[in-house]
Design a binder for this molecule. Structure first.
Ligand code: ADP
Ligand code: MG
Length: 239
């Protein structure tokens, strides 16, 4: 579904990603972990074209994002959920989804409303459809953001620390939705510091440090018996 090949990213002279190679297959859940500043967000942002990569290739379903003709179509296959929700504050929950569908997918109002209702059912928030974001808890806001991303029917969902801005008691409701999406076989690339969750939900885990991959592989193996001494130390400090 997504292939990242020899990705390098510099901000000015500062190399923040180097020699990044990743593959996410259909139906797989892959997590990126590593210390703050190791480049996790930059990888996600590069995949959805929010960052211009310095060199290397990103392929979505075999199509290179460098190919301008198909780039827009390929980006529509991705959906991103951010740490800070990024909901439109002046729009109801319904319109956060409906307006996005009208704008991005050019759907008519009726169809957009139907999908908004369906996806809000998935995240258990149909009763909040006419509320505004300011009337919701952080966990509910993030669930709306997930519904909005899902409403675009992406082939892969990317999550950048979806629970980091939440009070501890609200983390579970968001993680439970992501668990549900895994059951529905949604392909996901997740950045999270919730290590128990990462271990449980991921098929593969990629450990980054200072812009390079320290180790990647089967989730259980990475957590229980990593090859790299640095990965052992990192996991010992946070897990
Ligand atoms: P992580 O998500 O793992 O915490 P980031 O991908 O946000 O790491 O950042 C990786 C590195 O890139 C950091 O050193 C950060 O300071 C740098 N960086 C990120 N965005 C920018 C930017 N827009 N301009 C300059 N440096 C940036
Ligand atoms: Mg980050």
């Amino acid at each position: 579904m997504i292939e990242v090949k020899n990705l390098k990213k510099q901000f000015g002279k500062n190399v923040v990603l180097d020699n990044i190679n990743l593959e996410i297959k259909k139906g797989e859940v892959v997590s990126l972990i590593g210390p703050s500043g190791s480049g996790k967000s930059t990888i996600l942002r590069s995949i959805i074209d929010l960052e211009t990569i310095t060199s290397g290739d990103i392929l979505i379903e075999g199509n290179n994002l460098k190919d301008k003709k198909i780039k827009k179509e390929m980006l529509l296959k991705t959906g991103m959920v951010f740490q800070t929700f990024n909901l439109f504050p002046h729009m109801s929950v319904r319109n956060n989804i409906v307006k996005t569908l009208e704008l991005v997918k050019k759907l008519d109002k009726k169809e957009a409303n139907k999908i908004a209702e369906e996806t809000l059912e998935v995240v258990g928030l149909i009763d909040k459809i006419d509320n505004f974001p300011s009337e919701l808890s952080g966990g509910q806001k993030q669930r709306v953001a997930i519904a909005r991303a899902l409403s675009l029917r992406p082939d892969i969902l990317l999550f950048d620390e979806p629970t980091s801005a939440l009070d501890p008691e609200l983390v579970k409701e968001v993680l439970d939705i992501i668990r549900k999406l895994k059951n529905d076989k949604i392909t996901m690339l997740i950045v999270s510091h919730e290590m128990n969750f990462v271990k449980e939900i991921s098929d593969k885990v990629v450990v980054l440090e200072k812009g390079e991959i320290l180790e990647k592989g089967d989730s259980k193996k990475i957590f229980e018996n990593p090859d790299s001494q640095r990965v052992k130390e990192f996991l010992n400090t946070i897990y």
